[in-house]
Design a protein around this ligand. Structure first.
Ligand SMILES: Cc1cc2nc3c(=O)[nH]c(=O)nc-3n(C[C@H](O)[C@H](O)[C@H](O)COP(=O)(O)OP(=O)(O)OC[C@H]3O[C@@H](n4cnc5c(N)ncnc54)[C@H](O)[C@@H]3O)c2cc1C
Ligand code: SF4
Length: 516
């Protein structure tokens, strides 16, 4: 096998898969190295107990927390990366997220580029990932140069009622931006069948807008693109000057193989990209590749997230629940001037899922059986920004095992957002007054909930405080790029994938210029 390429992309998720598709028509020889396999298409894709209890699609990795205690992170190593399991809520960051934002616990820093630099790429990413939505409903929506490529996914009756109740109470619910290939106008021809097993599940019928279906597969239609699965990159080797990556060492079935390319793009996910750079330390880069500034691995963020569940007075037979969002408190509220974050619906909870989460707290009336709760649950996801801190970081031990040292910050706005939603339930036909306080179950997302991991290799103009330049090229190397969520200098309070996709398209344009 000829192991020389123009470009090597390491990791095939939101960043890498999108970049591969964007670069594919160039005719350049592109190699995608993916540590995982194709996610098997099997009935278990849609089994709540297999996915949520048996963790069928979660990696067996163990990482350590700051106390050295091992935990199993919720990471997914497959072609398409985490997007195979994601909820496909494809939000743009708010325009203000690109500037300095004053938070309760400090500052969310400005990005080196503004929203306007990203806007055209957000529009392209929305096209590529078939995003459905409705402009003009969300009061915090940034300016957009194009309408959503597909109409908003309709609310099912209980969620429509929730939207109506919210509006009546003076709020501004909006149709969430959803990445599913649903054609409600012509269901017999719709790829998506609108099921209840979407958020957190793989899609059995390949109708979710994930990076395998809409990134890697279209890229592979070009004969110049090669994908190697089950190929874990172990180390990046530099030339004697230390200025460029000369070799990529890959574990393939227990054997180490060497690949070379003019340009190497790392997109292994925020934690694993940092790990790879740290594992690639050599004489010229004693603290890890591109880490002269000691920034690699630092500023890890993953959102202050809360999954909460309220019990509707009426049954909630909704199947696809993720259609509604609420940003009225994104930048704060009366009596609390700091940003609080985003509220959105999360996939409908189902009886078998509860066992996999915290046991339902005591205090529920006996008639609230799991079955009853499942039938009446209305499920919300609350995201508050966690602020970048140099002390929140990915480190590795001698064996390459990840330590995720993380201390939560910005908890007050998280608590306020929770309390605010709780105070609203009364007006939303939720069963609150029947059971005090512990009516609904609150699952903290602990350190293993790394779904929204980002930071660790932030981009910037100052090599002393950032790892990457504004093209996401490592300051210290000529041919090394990073295009996953590692590059985020701050995380905002909306889901991160669309920003990773848009950025991959932006970096892709730069690479196409460079390769001319
Ligand atoms: C359950 C769940 C729900 C989510 N819901 C949403 C949502 O609704 N909206 C949203 O915006 N985001 C959501 N996310 C987050 C979203 O999926 C991620 O932000 C996004 O996929 C990150 O893209 P990435 O390119 O940084 O990493 P990934 O998509 O994780 O891709 C990294 C890839 O690199 C591969 N890899 C790792 N190490 C190596 C190595 N050494 N060699 C070769 N390959 C390697 C991995 O196998 C993986 O394929 C969700 C995530 C999860 C887990
Ligand atoms: S709702 Fe649609 S995209 Fe999501 S898993 Fe079901 S069929 Fe697939």
């Amino acid at each position: 096998m000829n192991n020389d390429y123009d470009i090597i992309i390491i990791g095939s998720g939101a960043g890498g898969g999108t970049l591969a598709r964007h670069l594919a028509p160039s005719g350049k020889r592109i190699l995608i190295l993916e540590r995982g396999s194709w996610l098997p298409r099997e009935p278990e894709n849609w089994s709540a107990s297999e996915v949520f209890i048996a963790n069928r699609y979660t990696s067996k990795d163990t990482w350590r927390d700051k106390h050295g205690k091992e935990f199993q992170p919720g990471v997914h190593y497959f072609v398409g990366g985490a997007t195979k399991l994601y909820g496909a809520a494809l939000y743009r960051l708010r325009k203000e997220d690109f500037g300095v934002l004053k938070h309760h616990d400090g500052i969310s820093p400005a990005w080196p580029l503004g929203y306007d630099d990203f806007e055209p790429y957000y529009s392209k990413a929305e096209q590529m990932y078939h995003v459905h939505g409705a402009r003009g409903e969300d009061p915090t929506e940034p300016p957009c140069s194009a309408p959503y490529p597909h109409p908003a996914v309709s609310h099912e009756p209980r969620i429509q009622k929730l939207a109506d109740d919210l509006k009546r109470a003076g709020y501004h619910p909006f149709h969430s931006p959803c990445g599913i290939m649903l054609n409600e106008a012509n269901m017999p021809y719709s790829q998506c069948v609108r099921c209840e097993d979407c958020d957190g599940f793989p899609c059995l019928v390949q109708a979710k807008s994930d990076a395998e279906v809409l990134g890697v597969r279209p890229a592979l239609e070009h004969s110049n693109v090669t994908l190697l699965t089950d190929s874990q990159v172990l180390k990046l080797v530099t030339d004697p000057t230390g200025k460029s990556v000369s070799e990529v060492l890959v574990d393939r079935g227990g054997k180490t193989e060497t690949f070379r390319a003019n340009i190497v793009v790392v997109s292994a996910g925020a934690a694993n990209s940092a790990r790879l750079l740290l594992m690639s330390a050599n004489d010229k880069h004693p603290n890890g590749l591109a880490n002269g500034s000691d920034q690699v691995g630092r500023n890890y963020m993953y959102h202050n997230s809360q999954a909460v569940l309220a019990i509707s007075k009426e049954p909630n037979p909704t199947k696809y629940q993720k259609t509604l969002g609420l940003n009225d408190f994104y930048f704060g509220m009366k009596d609390f001037e700091f940003p609080m974050g985003n509220i959105q619906m999360v996939g409908k909870s189902q009886g078998p899922m509860y066992k996999g989460e915290k046991p339902i707290e005591a205090g529920l009336a006996p008639m609230f059986t799991l079955d009853f709760v499942a039938k009446h649950a209305v499920d919300f996801w609350l995201s508050t920004e966690d602020l970048p801190s140099p002390h929140n970081r990915v480190m590795i031990n001698r064996d390459g095992q990840i330590t995720l040292s993380y201390t939560p910050n910005n908890q007050e706005p998280k608590n306020r957002l929770y309390a605010k939603l709780k105070s609203m339930l009364n007006h939303l036909d939720m069963h609150e007054h029947l059971i005090p306080r512990n009516l609904y179950m609150k699952n903290e997302i602990d350190i293993g909930g790394v779904a929204h991991q980002s930071g660790t290799c932030r981009f910037g103009t100052d090599p002393a405080t950032s790892v990457l330049d504004t093209n996401c090229k490592a300051h210290e190397l000529d041919n090394l790029y990073v295009v996953d969520t590692s590059f985020f200098p701050s995380i905002g309070a909306v889901n991160p994938a669309l920003t990773a996709m848009a950025n991959a398209l932006r970096v892709g344009d730069h690479l196409l210029e460079r390769l001319k």
